[in-house]
Design a protein around this ligand. Structure first.
Ligand code: MRU
Length: 364
């Protein structure tokens, strides 16, 4: 069943629509909003296997670090829901499916965090005396639901902490999409903008279009417009001019992985925005849940950076815009050194330098 609608005409200013949910459990399958088709079409895909989920993550039907982790958690359950055999066998299958899902994309650490959490829960349940294979499978669904529910609450808390750094009438620039579509709800970088709207503030958002996959124009501009938030779309190469004009008082972005020293991997182009922000004396904030902070990766240099196919650049969206055979470099992410990061905003509060020390404190 493909549930497809057209979002139709542009929003009138101020009118808000219910936010779209990127990943939802639908009783016996995962209902996944196909983000590749936005903003033209709203299509929910019914996913029933771990392979469906792997493919959806790899091909950006679901994207954004927290949403990838949530989808993968449900993928583990889908991968074992029909498994026959005893507890030992189901446990082995859980580990096998989790390891397989971990190969879908390399950079967002939330993927590995969610899969490790699923495996840890499975191991804890499997050693209980008298536990059945069916109970073990049920625990996997329960854990995936919990990961999703917690993400919504986490994002709201991030929004509340981040709101303290913003003010009414401010201009805020963001890159890529770290909004509701990238999480269970609210987003990370966009969460304070939703809360600001609830408070009646008029924050003016500049959304970088975000070459080459256009998460900024297709997703951020779309979801903010749907919410009735004042958003202006700009091409990536316009950020400097907009800052020079004095229209931006804060930059806020999400992240796929924060290294132990505070270096931040995020969508390609984020580093350039951070450098521009520093040159203009504008604070550069990074918003993320604790599940995006990877103390096991010492610096940004060790973060694996995904490289995607050259067609995203040479013939994105079906139109060739480069000569056939030209050499292409297409990293999906870059690393912003911690020196450029004014603060990292988490569900536990706002962290500033020295990051090495202060990020560690978050984990007690
Ligand atoms: O390639 P994508 O679209 O998955 O990249 C997403 C980003 O870079 C987001 O900014 C990041 O995952 C944070 S989402 C809250």
């Amino acid at each position: 069943m493909n549930n497809s609608t057209n979002p139709a005409a542009p929003q009138s200013e101020g009118a808000a629509k219910e936010p779209l949910q990127s990943v939802q459990w639908a009783g016996d399958h995962l209902s996944l909003l196909d983000q590749r088709l936005l903003p033209e079409q709203i299509v929910y895909l019914p996913l029933t296997t771990a392979e469906d989920v792997w493919e959806a993550i790899r091909h950006l039907k679901v994207r954004g670090a927290p949403a990838i982790g949530i989808a993968a958690a449900f993928g583990v359950y889908l991968g074992v829901s029909g498994a026959e055999g005893d507890v030992r066998h189901v446990l082995d299958e859980i580990v096998r499916k989790a390891d397989y899902l971990a190969t879908s994309r390399p950079t967002a650490v939330n993927l590995f965090w969610a899969l490790d959490r699923m495996k840890a829960r499975a191991e804890a349940v499997a050693v209980r005396s008298g536990v059945t294979a069916e109970e073990l499978k049920a625990a996997m669904l329960q854990e995936a639901m919990l990961i999703r529910a917690e993400d919504e609450e986490t994002c709201r808390l991030i929004g509340e902490h981040a709101l303290g750094l913003l003010a009414d009438e401010m201009g805020v620039l963001t890159h890529c999409n770290a909004g509701g579509l990238a999480t269970a709800k609210y987003g990370t970088a966009l969460a304070p903008l939703y809360l600001a709207k609830e408070r009646g503030w008029n924050v003016k958002v500049f959304a970088d279009e975000t070459r080459p996959v256009l998460q900024g124009s297709r997703l951020t501009a779309f979801e903010l417009q749907q919410a009735g938030i004042d958003v202006t779309l700009i091409c990536d190469n316009m950020a400097g001019m907009v800052m020079a004009k004095g229209w931006v008082q804060a930059v806020i972005v999400g992240t796929d992985r924060v290294a132990a020293n505070g270096d931040v991997a995020n969508k390609i182009g984020t580093y350039s925005v951070a450098v521009l922000a520093k040159a203009h004396g504008i604070p550069f904030y990074v918003a993320c849940p604790l599940s995006t902070i990877d103390l096991g990766t010492p610096t940004g240099a060790e973060i694996p950076i995904e490289e995607r196919n050259e067609q995203e650049i040479t013939e994105g969206f079906g139109k060739r815009t480069a000569p056939v055979g030209v050499k292409v470099f297409n990293p999906a992410f870059d690393v912003t050194p911690h020196e450029y990061v004014t603060a990292i905003i988490t569900e536990k509060g706002v962290v500033t330098a020295p990051y090495e020390e202060n990020l560690r404190k978050l984990f007690g």
